[in-house]
Design a protein around this ligand. Structure first.
Ligand code: 5AD
Ligand code: SF4
Length: 468
């Protein structure tokens, strides 16, 4: 019996890819384990969005040198965005790695892992040196090949999944599109995840139906710019709003969300679909990245701060009780105090439910790395990050306080704490994506919708009581 272990970092796209890798490996006869040192195959599903994530992976790989000495027949693999970005460099920096496989090659993972395991066993039996035959499977580089060839080299792979591959039986992510064509100057994603490719609607809806038959009630449609989803077939175009209408008709599916949105392209049809479809979560994640027009221009985001604010106004005017979240980058190349102040003003204007704030990290071969020096000192990035977090936390708390005394409906997602012999603390999310914790003696509530009365609030959490 050969065991595998997968460690995942990064965005939801990576979490989904790990689930798919898990399912593919289980189907091929390998057995999952949560104990990495007991595994015969260790895979790191990696992220390249910021340098920090990569540094952590390289040091984790370094530490596995000893595992490899103890288990020379074991397979150590790097999959995900860093595999596509660094390619051969991974073998140079970590010579004990056997496999580097990019996100557009996931379909080939199980057979490649088996080939490596078999080759190593054969070498072992025949008494030869355990010099591994390494494998590098990556997609074509975008700027070096024709568009159609690059698209073909990023293969879509969304097979039937094992419910054990997910952390929660009741919730699942479904990929609606792959890749990104926006080319924001700071971002590595378009080069490591390849060109935008939308999946056929029939395939997506069949996948959701399959998941519902496994017990899923809450599906999140994912794509790097999910609102760019477009599929043309027989002269008809299906867009994200159409997908939401179709998915809403699936019996047994109770809640539908979608991430991540690009600010341009949040058309009225999409907002009306969110408003009118009772199964669609009233929460929109729409990264603004900055509140300064000059920074947005350097980032090549294709909108102004005023246009983003108009969008936020339009969303609030269309969808009652909607909540919004945002991604923001501080310390982008040349960001002045005045430009940073514009971001603070944007946050104060939009009053997001919460924001994910990142310090700019220069990525090789991006436009910003080529055009602008990364000249904001780390200490300034940190100060701006903390200041913005502080402002956002205050807004989050004020917004959450408005829920005290109100009744909300949540989908119970799981246990957050064991409180005693019989008592547990469960947690779930409201229709506007707020986390609520509550005490209960019944962990069978997980996967069910439940009404709670809110009695207290923190910036990221509401505290509720069941209604008697
Ligand atoms: N540096 C810092 N943050 C980045 N992001 C993307 N690229 C970078 C970078 N080079 C952030 C953006 C994006 C989120 C997923 O990561 O805010 O929305
Ligand atoms: Fe990166 Fe911009 Fe594409 Fe988002 S929209 S994945 S930030 S290039």
């Amino acid at each position: 019996m050969q065991r595998f272990y997968i460690e995942t970092v990064g965005c939801q796209m990576n979490v989904l890819d790990s689930e798919l890798a898990y399912s593919g490996l289980v189907q091929s006869g390998l057995v999952p384990t949560t104990d990495r040192y007991n595994a015969d195959v260790i895979l790191f599903n990696t992220c390249s969005v910021r340098q920090h994530a990569e540094d952590k992976i390289y040091s984790a790989l370094g530490r596995l040198k000893y595992w490899k000495m103890l288990k020379p027949y074991g397979v150590l693999g790097v999959i995900g965005c860093m595999a596509q970005k660094d390619q051969q460099t991974i073998f140079q920096r970590a010579p004990h790695v056997d496999l580097v496989l990019g996100p557009g090659q996931l379909e080939l993972l199980p057979e490649t892992v088996h080939q490596l395991l078999d080759e190593k066993l054969q070498r072992n039996y025949s008494g030869q040196m355990l010099e591994s035959g390494r494998k590098l499977l990556v997609s074509l580089k975008r700027l070096e090949h024709r568009h159609s060839e690059v698209v073909d080299s990023f293969r879509l792979f969304d097979p039937v999944r094992h419910s054990e591959s997910r952390t929660n039986r009741f919730q699942a992510m479904v990929r609606v599109m792959f890749g990104c064509d926006k080319f924001c100057t700071y971002c590595i994603v378009p080069s490591v995840r390849g060109p935008e490719q939308s999946r056929p609607p029939r395939e997506i809806l069949d996948e959701i139906r399959g998941l519902v038959s496994q017990g899923v009630v809450d599906a999140t449609l994912i794509g790097q710019t999910v609102n760019s989803y477009r599929y043309r077939e027989n002269g008809k175009t299906t867009r994200l709003s159409d997908l939401l209408y179709h998915a809403s008709e699936i019996e047994g599916l109770k809640r539908i969300s979608f991430v991540t949105n690009y600010p341009r392209g949040m058309d009225d049809e999409l907002l009306q679909a969110v408003r009118d479809l009772p199964k669609v979560s009233k929460h929109l994640h729409i990264p603004a990245q900055s509140g300064s027009d000059s920074v947005l221009h350097r980032m090549k985001r294709n909108y102004t701060s005023a246009e983003y604010r108009e969008l936020v106004d339009r969303i609030h005017a269309t969808i009652p009780n909607v909540s919004m979240t945002c991604d923001l980058i501080v310390g982008f190349c040349g960001e002045t105090d005045e430009e940073f102040r514009k971001t603070v003003e944007l946050v104060e204007y939009c009053r997001f439910k919460n924001s994910f704030i990142f310090k700019y990290s220069e990525r090789p071969n991006t436009k910003s790395a080529e055009l602008y020096p990364d000249n904001i000192p780390e200490s300034v990035k940190k100060t701006r990050n903390n200041l913005l977090l502080e402002i956002q936390d205050k807004i989050s708390l004020e917004r959450n306080h408005l829920f005290i005394g109100k009744t909300v409906e949540i989908l119970v997602e799981g246990m957050s704490k064991q409180l005693g012999d019989k008592r547990v603390q469960l947690s779930g999310r409201t229709w506007c994506d707020r986390i609520v914790v509550f005490e209960s003696a019944d962990d069978r509530l997980v996967g069910q919708f439940l009404k709670l009365k809110i009695y207290d609030a923190a910036p990221f959490t509401l505290f509720g009581k069941t209604l008697n």
